[in-house]
Write a protein that binds this ligand. Structure first.
Ligand code: SF4
Length: 475
């Protein structure tokens, strides 16, 4: 009889991809997914440590399992991902009924570790070496990801998939825990990436999003040859069946002319660039140890506008970082207005134990000030997003149709053939329109007649298909 797996995922796209791979690997060991914790033989939590709230969410989910584990001690409960790597055995203190702690570099061991628990070998812990716990080579090896086992059921849609090209990060921004939890930056071999893209295309995947913490810093050196992201994009352009290629998240200083020319010249590469700015104040950027100045970011924007003028650019911001004054924040507001991002993800600074920021600076901006700054920047960004979206009125855009819009699903109309569908343009704008469920997965032209800050509204353009006239030439 098949065993049941319950899996909860929080955090970034890397975690979504890790979860897909863990599910694929456990399926090979006879597991199938369940949405019901009560039915599960194994319960796994893929965790995030980037913000305190994400960690508390996991502890709250674990708390709800305490009674279940008392009643069914045979169920295996595991914590995997960044929080497992960061907190390690501390998790046993807060949730003593957890059986398994697995860092992001050891996910391939999960089936075996679960078996060890079932066989009565007690709690299992598998984590990578810390950044100061050995030679660089040994640390790198301890963070390796596992083979590209893929599971289309776990994807956002069957025709969109993430593809990891890089793991880890060496930038050490002072607020960020990722270099500690995901280890040193390592590019995957290009042949492996292209082979995985082919597998995805064979499975019907049309859009691939390449993932890396600083994806545009990607490089792989073998036999004296260096492959960079621009070269990799050129190779992926050749994969039949793939229609769109995106890549996130970018590091401003590595947005080179060569890469931007590849974005311009390769038809499958989306003119969409997510490049976090984080702050518009040089003083704060230096405290964050971001490695660039406002001037550098402006230069990068200039390069993008010159080489890929139609690119949609989005950003991330942290407001209320240690020591951020009103003046620093106003610089962020001004630069946001100048850059006119398509959209921005805005976060209130959350101190993370284990980061340099937590050691060096006091988290001294009060929560209500952080909240006010968050609201102000959000309002500025929303106004810009709406103005930018309004430029699409009357235009025809190509939309990869992802599925029913959430609005429709809430109304419980998912079985009706004609309903509101949603998809994205090549430049990553969300489009909502009336369509037929049969159109899901297709790329169709949509004429835009309305827009808000977050959404374009349109109608599918049906080309006139008239009768073709043949003249019969009688001899
Ligand atoms: S570049 Fe900075 S923010 Fe991004 S993952 Fe690396 S350390 Fe974290």
């Amino acid at each position: 009889m098949s065993k049941k797996l319950y899996l909860e995922t929080v955090g970034c796209q890397m975690n979504v991809l890790d979860s897909e791979m863990v599910v694929a690997s456990l399926r090979k060991h006879g597991y199938s997914l369940t949405q019901d914790p009560q039915q599960a033989d194994a319960l796994l939590f893929n965790t995030c440590s980037v913000r305190e709230r994400a960690e508390e969410k996991t502890y709250s989910s674990l708390g709800k399992l305490k009674r279940l584990k008392q009643q069914h001690p045979e169920k295996v409960i595991g914590v995997m991902g960044c929080m497992a790597q960061k907190d390690q055995k501390l998790i046993f203190e807060r949730a003593p009924y957890v059986d398994l702690i697995v860092g992001p570099g050891q996910l391939q061991q999960i089936p075996e570790l679960i078996e060890n628990v079932i066989s009565g070998n007690g709690r299992q812990v598998a984590v990578s070496l810390g950044r100061r716990d050995g030679s660089v080579e040994n640390i790198k090896r301890s963070h390796e990801t596992f083979d590209p086992l893929r599971d289309s059921e776990m994807r956002p849609t069957p025709f969109q998939a993430y593809l990891r090209i890089q793991i880890g990060c060496d930038k050490f921004c002072t607020y960020c825990i990722v270099p500690m939890t995901r280890g040193p930056e390592q590019g995957r071999p290009p042949e492996q990436i292209v082979a995985e893209a082919r597998i995805l295309a064979d499975q019907g995947c049309k859009e691939i999003t390449l993932l890396g913490q600083t994806v545009n810093s990607y490089r792989f050196v073998a036999e004296g040859k260096t492959t960079r992201l621009a070269d990799l994009l050129e190779q992926l352009q050749q994969v039949d069946g793939v229609e769109r290629i995106k890549f996130v998240t970018n590091y401003p200083k590595d947005m080179t002319r060569e890469l931007l020319e590849a974005v311009r010249d390769l038809s499958k590469v989306s003119p969409y660039l997510h490049v976090p700015l984080q702050s518009g104040s040089d003083r704060i950027l230096e405290r964050m140890k971001r490695g660039y100045t406002v001037g550098d970011y402006r230069d990068m924007m200039g390069r993008i506008r010159e080489i890929v003028p139609n690119a949609a650019i989005s950003s991330d911001f942290i407001v209320g970082f240690c020591g951020e004054t009103d003046e620093d924040f106003q610089r962020t507001v001004e630069l946001t207005k100048e850059c006119r991002f398509k959209n921005s993800f805005i976060f209130k600074y959350s101190e993370r134990p284990g980061t340099r920021g937590a050691e060096m600076y006091a988290d001294d901006v009060p929560l209500d000030v952080k909240q006010d700054r968050n609201n102000e920047l959000l309002a500025v960004q929303s106004a810009i997003s709406e103005e930018e979206n309004l430029q699409f009125l009357g235009q025809r855009v190509q939309v990869l149709i992802e599925g029913p819009s959430k609005l429709t699903l809430r109304k419980g109309q998912q079985d009706e053939p004609l309903q509101q569908l949603t998809g994205r343009t090549h430049c990553d704008r969300i489009v909502v329109f009336d369509g037929n469920v049969r159109q899901i997965g297709q790329t169709l032209p949509v004429a835009i007649y309305d827009a808000t800050a977050h959404t374009l509204f349109g109608a599918v353009v049906t080309e006139e298909v008239g009768p073709t006239v043949y003249s019969l030439q009688l001899k």
